[in-house]
Design a protein around this ligand. Structure first.
Ligand SMILES: Cc1ncc(COP(=O)(O)O)c(C=O)c1O
Length: 410
């Protein structure tokens, strides 16, 4: 029998993520495995913690990786910080706000959600008012919700949470490295992310950082599993964390000097995460954010010059993903398929009320590059023309090139 190897086709991933991984990350991930307690392995874990402190802009000692996709880290943060009956406030401005509600609810928390129209974000006053009326233990919010392309400003919300004694959790999966995120300066107590957007990697490892306040809560709930405990282990006085896999107290023991074995570390993802952070820090955080800003701006300008309308409040848009209305009379899914199957370029659809209404086009991580943006615009123009949409030929690419000519990135 012949079992052919799977060979993925050549694609340019210009959707809301995942994106093409940086070849350096793929190369790092192809390195041979080493043992879980090999000094070189634990050295790599320690180095990864130090690198991600810089990525998160934090001094937090507890900055490490969860072996899962991004939602696993959300689940780990919530199940470890929240006990049944705890109150959580979630401002929802897109699909991933609903995900935070869903996960908090499954942890047994009492969830209050507040909503704003999709395509907009919350003002700090609204959040302050809700905190005062609901008195939650935690405020949980998404920074950049790829479903709507909106970026929620966090600085003032952090100050409010600190004043009101509320734990501040943020899902920055889609925004980190492409938009400013200041964990310590903005008083964030827990932040979780993923590699598959602006960090240039595949999904499957989810970096997390925890403040001292968050760590204190988690340590009170430490209950080490039977097979690995010894007489020196003292459990905390709090209730046991309901998940074993996502028990942050036990995962922290594994990443600490104790090296108490929890799961088998996903070694190839560790290598990949380590390389993602190195690539980012070599470029510089500020430079990476600026690169995403310029490429997002070039893309948005090109789309507008084609006669298309952008979705949502452009003053609060993420740098790395642009929403654009599908013009009337155009079959959005048919056009996406032509782009994918004839040109090898993937762009995204959206969810819920935006499904079939907007396309989402990403310029993130390894693909936040002028050549990727220019190709995508040229291809979209060709597809729209062939579907009968009237537009000024060549205007989109010309506008994007003007943006690049006026910027300092190349
Ligand atoms: C803001 C946000 N949060 C969470 C997730 C879920 O990530 P994953 O699919 O890696 O679990 C995504 C994925 O796109 C996201 O954009």
């Amino acid at each position: 029998m012949n079992y052919p190897a799977f060979l993925p086709p050549a694609r340019l991933l210009m959707g809301p993520g995942p994106i093409d991984a940086d070849p350096r990350v793929l190369k790092a991930m192809s390195n041979q495995l080493i043992g879980q307690f090999d000094p070189k392995m634990t050295e790599c874990m320690d180095e990864t913690m130090a690198l991600y402190r810089q990525v998160f802009d934090t001094q937090n000692r507890w900055t490490f990786l969860i072996d899962s996709t991004s939602r696993g880290a959300i689940e780990a943060a919530m199940v470890s910080l929240l006990e049944p009956g705890d109150k959580v406030l979630v401002p929802v401005f897109g699909r991933f706000g609903h995900l935070l509600c869903e996960i908090a609810d499954r942890c047994g928390a009492l969830v209050s959600a507040i909503n704003t129209e999709w395509g907009s974000v919350f003002s700090p006053d609204v959040i302050q008012r809700e905190i005062k009326s609901t008195r939650p233990k935690m405020l949980a919010i998404v920074q950049g919700d790829t479903s709507t392309t909106m970026l929620q400003p966090l600085k003032e919300i952090g100050e409010i949470c600190r004043e009101e004694g509320v734990l501040f959790y943020c899902d920055a999966t889609a925004s980190i490295a492409g938009n400013e995120l200041k964990t310590d300066a903005w008083h964030l107590d827990a932040v979780t992310v993923g590699l598959q957007k602006c960090l240039c990697g595949p999904s499957g490892s989810a970096p997390i950082t925890l403040s001292e306040r968050a760590v204190t809560i988690i340590e009170e709930r430490r209950h080490v599993e039977a097979g690995i405990r010894d007489e020196n282990i003292v459990d905390g006085p709090g209730s046991r964390i309901a998940s074993n896999y996502f028990d942050l107290a036990m995962i922290m023991d594994y990443w600490s000097e104790m090296r108490l074995n929890h799961h088998t570390e996903a070694t190839s993802m560790l290598y990949g995460s380590h390389e993602c952070a190195r690539i980012l820090l070599e470029e510089g955080l500020t430079e990476s954010i600026q690169r995403h800003r310029v490429n997002g701006h070039a893309l948005a300008g090109g789309l507008t010059s084609m006669g298309l309308k952008l979705y949502g409040d452009q003053n609060n848009r993420m740098h790395n993903v642009v929403g654009v209305y599908i013009p009337e009379g155009i079959d959005g899914e048919r056009l996406r398929h032509i782009m994918l199957l004839e040109f090898g370029i993937e762009i995204g659809t959206s969810f819920g009320p935006l499904k079939g209404v907007i396309w989402r086009i990403g310029t993130m991580g390894y693909n936040a590059r002028p050549d990727a943006v220019l190709k995508t615009l040229a291809c979209l123009e060709q597809c729209l023309l062939s579907e009968g949409f009237k537009l000024p030929p060549g205007a989109a690419v010309a506008e994007a090139r003007r943006t690049y000519a006026a910027s300092t990135i190349s």
